[in-house]
Design a protein around this ligand. Structure first.
Ligand SMILES: C=C(OP(=O)(O)O)C(=O)O
Ligand SMILES: [Mg+2]
Length: 456
């Protein structure tokens, strides 16, 4: 091997993420002149067992905290260790990063510093080989365009005035191609704005670009989505289904679930009944973190009760970590896993977790974070895994559409070889819609109290 692909320079700099908080960008240069730059995202509803990011000052606070220490870790510790190594030896690069850190949850260097370096290596190596990142990570088999899950109503920690439920997502399963799926979703997003606007409800948006009005109950948010799907001219359930991420850890205290919009407090059993009721009434095919991250018994119960009709995804429960995923597989918790590279730290670990899930028959949903950048690597990751699902927020706001636009480019580049995952990504779909969804409006006045005071 020549020196061409050896790492010659590693630098890092502070930038702002989509919430206006500091994050870092890492650049890696190779002997052949290739330079690749990546940016690292950050979550707000983070799982307790996620790899820790390095934040100056209080490590548990993300808001307003700098990443200067993480940058020093890249330039002072990571750079000297990686310099001279072949960038296309990803597993050795990542093993070196893990050894340098030496802690279970990446507390020493920070998962943000580690992911920046790991991902920048992969990008630099791909560019030096003259291939796209999805091809570099996924090889010759990578060809499946994922179904986008478009988060059009934001709540929870991403929009405190909205629903208790963090994410209401459109899943355009009935589209023939990725491009069409994105169009279905964008048109429905615009129709949703009209539904809200016509009712005098505010159309302000949350962290992921979805609208965040204050409606009268949590179910009312499903009603406005159903209206928007129909108003845009699509058939709910058949062309566009619905996915939820309640991020239930955020409203669980002392094993009880506190739904402020409904003025109700529920036990685990009652919370499961609540989701079961919703999945009967609405075309919901994906349910992520329906219970809190330490409610393993509850996850087992909801998976055996609803897992055949609805995909149950573990995000805070699994934190892209093989150890937690293995526990889930062994105990029958969930039917899928969220894949977020910054929850675990390196690209190698991310791929290992995803492949372990796929071997066990679990779905993989590749995901952005609520604090994002223009980096599009997760779009390539979804195609590399052929996993058929991605969530990257609303089809609006630059940092969200950057991922969808990247997928448009990949679809175009793959040409006739591109396969859109569509309904095949959701084996539960047939079962869930076979019995027919009987949509009834759960609340008679969904806009009460939602009107913006400045409007007539
Ligand atoms: C994307 C999510 O939010 P965050 O990045 O805030 O964890 C999520 O919970 O799936
Ligand atoms: Mg989540």
């Amino acid at each position: 091997m020549t020196n061409a692909r050896r790492i010659s320079v590693v630098t890092a700099q502070e930038i702002l993420d989509s919430r206006g908080y500091p994050t870092l960008e890492v650049s890696i240069g190779l002997g052949d002149g290739t330079v690749a730059t990546v940016a690292v995202p950050a979550g707000a509803s983070t799982g307790k067992h996620e790899a820790r990011e390095s934040r100056d000052g209080d490590p548990n606070r993300y808001e307003g905290k700098g990443v200067l220490h993480a940058i020093e870790n890249v330039t002072g510790i990571i750079a000297p260790a990686l310099t001279g190594m072949p960038a296309d030896d990803q597993s050795v690069i990542d093993a070196t990063l893990l050894a340098l850190d030496g802690t279970e949850f990446k507390e020493r260097l920070g998962a943000n510093a580690i992911l920046g370096a790991s991902l920048a290596c992969a990008r630099a190596a791909a560019a030096s080989h003259g291939v796209d990142l999805y091809r570099y990570l996924g090889g010759i088999e990578a060809h499946v365009l994922p179904v986008p899950m478009l988060n059009v109503l934001n709540g929870g920690k991403h929009a405190p005035d909205g629903s208790d439920i963090q994410e209401f997502k459109l899943i355009p399963v009935g589209a023939p191609t990725f491009r069409e799926a994105l169009r279905f979703g964008a048109e429905t997003y615009h129709a949703l704005r009209d539904v809200l606007h016509d009712a005098g409800a505010p159309t302000t948006v949350g962290d992921e670009g979805g609208f965040a009005p204050a409606l009268t109950s949590n179910a009312a948010y499903l009603d406005v989505i159903m209206q928007a799907i129909e108003r845009a001219g699509y058939r709910p359930g058949e062309q566009i289904a619905i996915g939820l991420d309640p991020a239930a850890t955020t409203f669980c205290e002392q094993r009880f679930y506190h739904l402020q919009r409904d003025a109700r407090t529920l036990s685990t059993g009652e919370m499961i009944d609540y989701w079961a009721d919703w999945t009967r009434r609405y075309p919901i095919i994906s349910l992520e973190d329906p219970l809190a991250e330490d409610d393993w018994d509850g996850f087992q119960r909801i998976t055996s009760r609803l897992g055949k009709q609805v995909q149950i995804i573990g995000d805070d429960l699994f934190v892209t970590n093989r150890k937690f995923l293995q526990r889930g597989i062994d105990t029958g918790c969930c039917t899928g896993i969220l894949i977020k590279p910054n929850q675990i730290g390196t690209i190698s670990e991310t791929l290992e977790t995803a492949r372990m899930a796929q071997r066990a028959g679990y779905a993989c949903l590749v995901s952005h974070r609520s604090g994002e950048t223009q980096d599009t690597s997760i779009a390539d990751l979804a195609v590399a895994l052929n996993c058929g699902q991605i969530k990257a927020g609303a089809p609006a706001r630059g940092e969200r559409v950057a991922k969808y636009n990247r997928l448009l480019h990949i679809e175009r580049a793959l040409g006739e070889n591109a396969v859109f995952a569509g309904k095949t990504a959701f084996p539960q779909l047939r079962q869930s819609l076979a019995g027919g969804i009987h949509h009834e409006r759960l609340s008679s006045d969904i806009f009460h109290g939602a009107r913006s005071p400045s409007r007539p």
